[in-house]
Design a protein around this ligand. Structure first.
Ligand code: PEP
Length: 256
């Protein structure tokens, strides 16, 4: 392991998607915090639905667990019914926001160009973007996984200033592994993560080694350690297994 690999602090993030009421969210935090108290050397992040952000932020106050949003609109204000601006996320204490999740790309038609605008808008507010990329099963079977990821990265990071790459987190989430119980093998994930880091190296030559790349896709307590043992896998973005505090705590404390 190189010095720069050692410097990448693991980042384990819970993406609750459209799950949990405000009370359920607060109950989760109440159960989680004692389980992860004293966890050192990892960043633990929770992305609840928008409705629970403020109360979860209050419940997390004083802990090291960080609050994230699942989405953002790049505009600062205006006639954008149903949308939430970066300043509003800042207002409730979000330190990070997920952008470009495959569900948003596939179900809500979001393009890499739109993801690029979101990423740039978050940087303006010093909210860390977790930029998701991932290929579908059809794309992998057609031998297009690497070119798809290259395109998504290029498009989604197009508006990041050259000297700010180090502020990003990238999440590689093969679409065929999300919520399906199928996980990329650690070797498959590592191969793609190394490819992603090489692409980041072209765009951000001095920062690529310090950018954390999360794996996402059916991460669970029993596979996280193996995934995290690979050189370029620096964290996990977790959906289903993050909904239960015990399960997410085991993932967050994978090294223990
Ligand atoms: C996700 O939604 O980011 C995800 C990886 O989900 P799951 O862990 O359920 O596959």
């Amino acid at each position: 392991m190189t010095t720069s690999e050692n410097a990448r602090k693991p980042i384990l993030a819970a993406n609750w998607k459209m799950h949990k009421t405000v009370q359920e969210s607060v109950d989760f935090v109440t159960a989680l915090l004692p389980l992860v108290e004293g966890a050192q050397g990892v960043d633990i992040v929770i992305a609840p639905p928008f409705t629970a952000l403020e109360r979860v932020g209050t419940a997390l106050a004083g802990s090291a667990v960080q609050l994230a949003a699942q989405n953002v609109n790049p505009e600062e204000k205006g006639a954008f019914t149903g949308e939430v601006a970066p300043s509003m996320l800042e207002d409730v204490g979000c330190r990070l926001a997920i952008v470009g999740h495959s569900e948003r790309r596939a179900l809500f038609g979001e393009s890499s160009e739109f993801v690029a605008r979101k990423t740039a808008a978050l940087l303006e507010r010093s909210i860390q973007a977790i930029v998701c990329v991932g290929e579908t099963l059809a794309e992998r079977e057609a031998d297009r996984a690497f070119s798809v990821i290259e395109e998504q990265l290029k498009g989604s990071l197009a508006l990041v200033p050259d000297d700010r790459g180090g502020e990003l987190v990238i999440a590689y989430e093969p679409v065929w592994a999300i919520g399906t119980g199928k996980t990329a093998t650690p070797d498959m994930a590592q191969e793609m993560h190394a490819f992603i880091r090489a692409q980041l190296g072209k765009r951000f030559p001095s920062d690529a080694d310090s950018i954390r790349i999360q794996y996402g896709g059916s991460v669970k307590p029993d596979n996280v350690r193996d995934l995290m043992s690979r050189a370029d896998i620096d964290g996990a973005l977790v959906g289903g297994a993050s909904l239960d505090p015990q399960s997410f705590a085991q993932i967050a404390l994978f090294e223990a």
